[in-house]
Design a binder for this molecule. Structure first.
Ligand SMILES: NC(=O)c1ccc[n+]([C@@H]2O[C@H](COP(=O)([O-])OP(=O)(O)OC[C@H]3O[C@@H](n4cnc5c(N)ncnc54)[C@H](OP(=O)(O)O)[C@@H]3O)[C@@H](O)[C@H]2O)c1
Length: 307
């Protein structure tokens, strides 16, 4: 694991599924890390890795770099305004949640007015991917700020891609998650087709995963698709938010996105059926229902490609 050359004081906002694992990697790496989460109990276990817990968001404003990983732009806006309300300011904010271009630009203006450097740094990977050390970042903002934050980004995964100034990272992340949505729907369709034609899901996915179409994503989703374990990694609501961000961006840049529109409606249908508390991969169950199949777990041990 790479180590930063300069020991900066880090702050962390948001220890949900993603934020917790990301902060844990910094704490385990020996960083001086102060953490705040709205539900404090969720951040408590980070103490055993050496992190300290902040009682108030304002306590983080005296750190050098503050990372933020919450849910939506509204949440980001709320926590940032609160953190800066005490008059102090960090040197830099690295915002990692998946938010809109407009929200990110507004945050840049808000932080610039206070003289705070800002990197947009959304991520690819789920909590399991972070644990496996395979998280990736896409980053935009001032290059010098990126170089200062880079060692910490490297500690949280396999590295980062710097894509330029401003909010470019947001569009890269939106494109990425649009593809995630379309791919899980497509994977559900072909997996159900293969099953209805007579083969077990694990056999079909074994072939697909070994082929040129296989990916880290198709492999780590395979245990869920085979054994129907839909413990949440990413919620249907968060995926819908990202598909909506993609459709908004398509409208803004005048780009037709027919597959995204269709996938968004299929996801909405699933949410409308009350299927919103489990993982977004329950799109498989919707596809099975639409195909007249009653799915059963295959109870076959399949790898997730992460270990
Ligand atoms: N899960 C994934 O696979 C994945 C992958 C890539 C990117 N993302 C993105 O990463 C972000 C976090 O996702 P997640 O899966 O970690 O979500 P999550 O488990 O629901 O965690 C959300 C976090 O945000 C906090 N939060 C939400 N609203 C808040 C508010 N108004 N004020 C203060 N704190 C607030 C929550 O605090 P509480 O604990 O108090 O609720 C929690 O710490 C999202 O933007 C998501 O789209 C997720």
């Amino acid at each position: 694991m790479p180590t930063p050359t300069e020991k900066l004081k880090l702050g962390w906002i948001g220890t949900g599924r993603m934020g917790y694992e990301m902060a844990a990697r910094l704490a385990k790496g020996g960083c001086d890390l102060a953490v705040w989460n709205r539900t404090k109990a969720k951040a408590e276990p980070l103490k055993k890795h050496g992190a300290t817990l902040a009682n108030e968001l304002e306590d983080l404003s005296s750190r050098d770099i503050v990372f933020c990983m919450v849910s939506t732009w509204d949440d980001v806006q709320e926590v940032m305004a609160k953190m800066l309300s005490g008059g102090k300011k960090p040197r830099m904010v690295v915002e990692c949640s998946s938010i809109s271009l407009g929200g990110s630009a507004e945050l840049r203006r808000m932080l610039a007015a206070k003289g705070v450097e800002y990197l947009a740094a959304p991520v690819s990977g789920n909590a399991k991917v972070i644990k496996a050390g395979k998280l990736t970042f896409v980053v935009s903002g001032p290059k010098a700020a990126y170089e200062a934050a880079r060692p910490y980004l490297d500690m949280m995964g396999t590295g980062s891609s710097y894509v330029g100034e401003g909010e470019l990272a947001r569009i890269a992340k939106i494109c990425h998650n649009v593809m995630l949505g379309v791919v899980i729907q497509s994977l559900s369709e072909v997996t159900i087709l293969a099953q209805k034609a007579g083969m077990p899901r694990h056999a079909f996915l074994d072939f697909l995963n070994k082929s040129v179409m296989g990916s880290m994503f198709t492999r780590y989703k395979t245990p869920a698709l085979v054994n129907l374990d839909f413990k949440v990694t990413f919620t249907p609501h968060l995926l819908r938010k990202d598909l909506d961000l993609g459709l908004d961006a398509g409208r803004h840049f005048e780009v037709p996105m027919p597959l995204t529109s269709l996938t968004r409606d299929l996801l909405q249908t699933m949410i409308g059926h009350g299927m919103s508390e489990e993982d977004f991969a329950t799109l498989l169950l919707m596809q099975a229902k639409a195909s007249g199949i009653d799915l059963k777990p295959e109870n076959v041990e399949v790898g997730d490609g992460l270990s």
